[in-house]
Write a protein that binds this ligand. Structure first.
Ligand code: PLP
Length: 583
């Protein structure tokens, strides 16, 4: 399933013209005369820039794609660096038992607008040399460089631990070498999650090769490196065995001036092997989590890395994620906002969104009903019955089964639940939850109430999210570092019903949504059902005026605050400029 309806072309045009009103970019207006020399190299294992280029698996990659699009809107000097997986991320199917099937469909780079750069990159490993091509995809003014080596970049998150480690060496070490070969003189390196952390080691190595003392080189690299940690979940903080690291990274580390012990010390945390998150934190002076709450959680989690703090908090801040409004506001709603003179331009101008108040409620409802009808067609739902959406990766902490924990109680309500999402190919527990939900959706008992949509991706998300009335998110607190699909819902006037975790812990207000405390599975399920029975359903069917008022409040308050532009400006002011050298 990848149906996206006829809004596709319109959507692409809108995304491209999102900021034409701003003749000079935000960057030149705000920082054109700065004495800082800024060119950010933004490294990520995944990029979700385009649903037809499936080199992302979920929120991390979509965020990275939105980061590039927002940087282009704002005129930021930034390039992206990633990997081109020739098989991409898998397309999800379902077998007769409801289990997930995985198909890797080869990507044709030329058809996806990629151009081959005239450089190659080599990394000598003990058993084999990696030789990689460099492809370029322009996200308008922002180039995205993607490294590719046939036997290594076969698929995103396929293969064993060694395969992953080699891929991560290609991203980090190879990415730095690619930029040098291309003559891109980046001054600030942003590691989006620990996967790219070996870039710091390669930069130290280069400085040492050019005559710097090792500790000086480390300091210089730390000063100019930004690291964003994205999850407190163990599986998301990658750990390799010390043996693997010595084998594959030892030679590069030696050239950078680290013997085995010194290398291993950089990744040590407890007796857990070699962790990429501690490694990245030790090699960057600028670090952040991705929501206010996650910033606190990350400081607690990693505080023992800074034993000499003298009572000061560990140096991890936060920048709450945002979403690219040009990508995620549904095209007809976008047109309505423009006709109401809502200022949706490139800087997050909160006052510019007040004009949402003046929109004719009937017009807003009509636009929303059209989106709901389109989703109902795709999903086989009844467009006159309230639709609750739940779609995201099937990681167990996200508790996709919670809303079904008392099926009788759910089915007694006039609501439909539409579910989507892929399980990580190696996550057996996630796959099991997925299978249970699919079985449930297929059972005659839930007919007309529960639907599972296969192959959740950016294209499906663009139809699914705006077509829902309520967006449900019920992770186990505080494991959802940010969550971004709720932001995509909010900016479309889809009301959030969510655990007070991640972004919702700072965004929630009863004027435009509902909150679940996030305590235990039982308590959260009880609160979820109570809210559905006593708030959501009665308001939706009994007080449409109030509902539409909440939709407006959601758009007006949350679109400027959870726009990627706001997040990018915080990165510029709090991270990129402080990391940039003087001109
Ligand atoms: C936004 C998005 C996500 C992230 O959703 P969360 O609610 O943050 O987990 C995952 N997959 C796709 C396709 C998305 O568009």
């Amino acid at each position: 399933m990848g149906a996206t309806g006829g809004g596709d072309t319109l959507r692409r045009v809108l995304a491209a013209t999102w900021t034409t009103a701003d003749a000079a970019t935000w960057w030149t207006r705000a920082h054109g005369d700065d004495d800082r020399n800024l060119l950010v190299a933004y490294f990520s294992m995944e990029f979700g820039v385009d649903e037809r280029l499936p080199i992302y698996s979920g929120g991390l990659g979509v965020l990275a794609g939105d980061h590039l699009k927002g940087a282009a809107d704002l005129g930021l000097p930034l390039v992206g660096v990633g990997l081109l997986y020739r098989g991409g991320y898998f397309e999800q199917g379902l077998d007769a038992e409801g289990g997930q099937t995985e198909h890797y469909v080869p990507i044709d780079p030329a058809a996806r607008g990629l151009e081959l750069e005239p450089v190659t990159v080599e990394i000598e490993l003990p058993d084999r040399t990696i030789t990689a091509n460099v492809w370029r995809k322009d996200v308008r003014s922002v180039p995205l460089y993607l490294l590719e080596c046939d036997w290594l970049t076969d698929a995103l998150y396929g293969g064993d631990r060694e395969h992953r480690l080699r891929q991560e060496l290609l991203l980090g070490v190879g990415g730095v070498r690619a930029l040098a070969a291309l003559g891109v003189e980046a001054t600030v390196f942003h590691m989006n999650e620990g996967h790219s952390a070996f870039l710091a080691l390669e930069r130290v190595r280069t400085l040492v090769e050019n005559g710097a003392a090792r500790d000086e080189a480390i300091e210089q690299v730390r000063r100019t490196t930004v690291f964003t940690t994205h999850t407190p979940v163990a599986a998301g903080n990658e750990v390799f065995s010390e043996k693997e690291v010595v084998r594959f990274v030892g030679d590069i580390a030696e050239d950078a001036g680290f013997d085995e012990d010194a290398l291993l010390a950089l990744g040590r945390f407890g007796d857990n092997g070699f962790g990429l998150t501690p490694f990245a934190l030790r090699l960057s002076s600028h670090a952040n989590g991705v929501s206010r709450l996650h910033g606190e959680v990350a400081r607690d989690m990693w505080e023992s890395l800074w034993p000499d703090r003298n009572g000061h908090a560990p140096p991890i801040g936060h920048v709450t994620n945002g979403v690219h409004l040009g990508t995620w506001i549904e095209p007809r709603l976008d047109a309505l906002l423009r006709s109401a003179r809502v200022r949706t331009g490139a800087s997050p101008d909160e006052a510019g969104w007040n004009a949402v108040d003046g929109i004719d409620p009937a017009a807003l409802w009509e636009v929303h009903a059209a989106a709901r009808t389109r989703l109902a067609e795709v999903a086989g739902l009844d467009p006159s019955m309230l639709i609750i959406g739940f779609a995201r990766r099937f990681a167990t902490y996200k508790r996709a089964g919670l809303v079904f924990s008392d099926l009788e109680r759910l089915l007694a309500l006039p609501v439909q639940v539409v579910v989507g999402g892929k399980a990580h190919p190696q996550d057996a527990d996630g796959k099991e939850v997925l299978q249970r939900v699919v079985e449930l959706a297929r059972s005659p008992e839930t007919r007309g109430h529960v639907v599972f949509l296969e192959n959740y991706d950016i294209g499906l998300a663009q139809t699914l999210i705006p077509g829902c009335d309520v967006w449900l998110n019920n992770p186990r607190r505080p494991l959802e570092a940010s969550g971004t699909s709720g932001m995509k819902a909010a900016v479309n006037g889809v009301l959030n019903l969510s655990v007070l975790d991640g972004w919702w812990a700072e965004a929630y207000d009863s004027a435009y949504g509902w909150a679940i405390a996030g305590e235990s599975d039982e308590a959260d399920a009880e609160q979820l059902y109570r809210l559905l029975e006593h708030e959501v359903v009665p308001t939706y069917y009994g007080d449409r005026e109030r509902w539409i008022g909440m939709m407006k409040a959601s758009i007006r308050n949350l679109a400027p605050r959870f726009s990627i532009h706001r997040a990018l400006i915080e990165y510029v002011d709090g991270y990129y400029l402080p990391a940039a050298p003087q001109r």
